[in-house]
Design a protein around this ligand. Sequence first.
Ligand SMILES: [Zn+2]
Length: 554
Amino acid sequence: MAVSQTTLNRIKAAPISSVIEATGAALKRIGREYLTQCIWHEDKNPSLTVSDDKGFCYCHVCRKGGDSVDYIGQRLGLGWRDALQKTADLLSITVELVDEDPLAAARRRAEIDSARAALEADHQVFRANLKDPRAGRIRQILKDRGLTAEASKEFELGYSSQGFFSGRITVPIHDHHGKLVGFTGRATKEMPGKYKNSKDSALFNKKMLVFNEHRAKEAAHETESLIFVEGHLDVVSMWQAGIKNVVAAQGTGAPDPLVIQRLSRNLKTFILCFDGDAGGVKATEQFISVAGRLALEGKININVVTLPEGSDPDDMIRKGEDLRGLIANAPCWLDWLIDTWAASLSLDDAAAITDVEGKLKDLINGLSSKALRTHYIDKASRVLSSNDKEAAKLAKEWVSSAPVVRVKGWEPMTAWEARLRAEKRLVRLFVHRPELRQRLLPVMRQVQSPAIKWLWERLKELREVCDSDLTPHSAMAVVCVAEPHFMQQLRTIVQPTVHIDDSEGVLANLEDILERAVSFPANEPDPDQLLEGRDCRTVPGDGIVPGDSQQALF
Ligand SMILES: [Zn+2]
């Protein structure tokens, strides 16, 4: 069974920085990229560059690197297939398997290559068509829309006179690396479907694509915001007007949550600027249903522009309206939702009020910031009540009944994860603090992890002749001959640079953990690799740190 192309594409579309961060590694932002400790060599200063744009990490010292699966494979000592599974788990992606023999797989790769070549060929034809003297009417349409020759050239617009996109202006669609993957055809006369997309294929997957992402990312990073509009030609005319941090969802509905997650790594605010009609409201609600979770957790802001009834961004620019002002002053999505729902609410309709109240409670109770929660409970209560007294009562009841928000994405350590950590710390102390060895000896006999047990046997051999033979240096030599899977786990124990806390509280705590009976599950990958650095992770929101107090020691 082979891993499906869809699964591979989904993993590729996800931000590699999230994957690396999920393993507990600390990432330092440098412009649009990150720096972290290299895992391919003993790295004292972070030298691994991580780029979400390229979906790749690379070490400038040892010249190794790879994609997220390569990283996980190296970090956890896993083969490609297991590393892929682990990466998919970290991203909550289900791995789809397809029954495919090697011949069929080779055929499929050849098909992808020929599809790319065909796209390039079509692209050249479409471009030439638009320049053809017979395409005067089409060029006039673009001119009437106010599109400059410069914009047409930048976006490589074309025209298709026959075939799948017959009678349509063609807009090339690129993936986030800037590779051509398909087209959108814009109708030039009355015909069914204003926009028509290339058919979904191994190359073209609407949900995973955002039109203009590769051009907009520089400006989005500078302004820390990205504007979403509905139409591809709206993107072009805004770009022409100097608003360059702008993209369009490919097809109706919001992009895949993974795409939203990737985009949110490099900016703070999404600004939704959809058409001023029922379709625009629906598109806004769809986007919020996908991205709202990140906003509730305080990871991103979503602001919503309301355009005048019947207008799209292109109309606004052509009429000389203050689109920039509307964008700059767009309210937060929760204000927009409360106002939108309130506008359609009749205070005589008890059933409708209960319905809206339920929806608002679900949303507002999920806010991780207490201050924001109080603010919105107050606002929503006023909308749902007919007078101030009633509103105050509702708000008071709401606050007292709202559940405490737990920060998501953080799982407390299991008992055996805690134990493995303790065992590692114990050996570390044993190696680096000879004066503690007598005290630690009885506890050392209780280690259970196969890697640590193996190391302990070797360390005992070293000490057989003379205790002073056991030094961090000699322990390092032992670790160097361990099999790769053990070496990966043991490396951090003997590193001379590692910080060692040998205070009384830590020792007592280690002894306590080691005395508890916990059995190691068989065939588990080493969770410690995933836990490294967890202690220094900041907790967003109200700062509620889950887990019990003993974990603070790790
Ligand atoms: Zn390196």
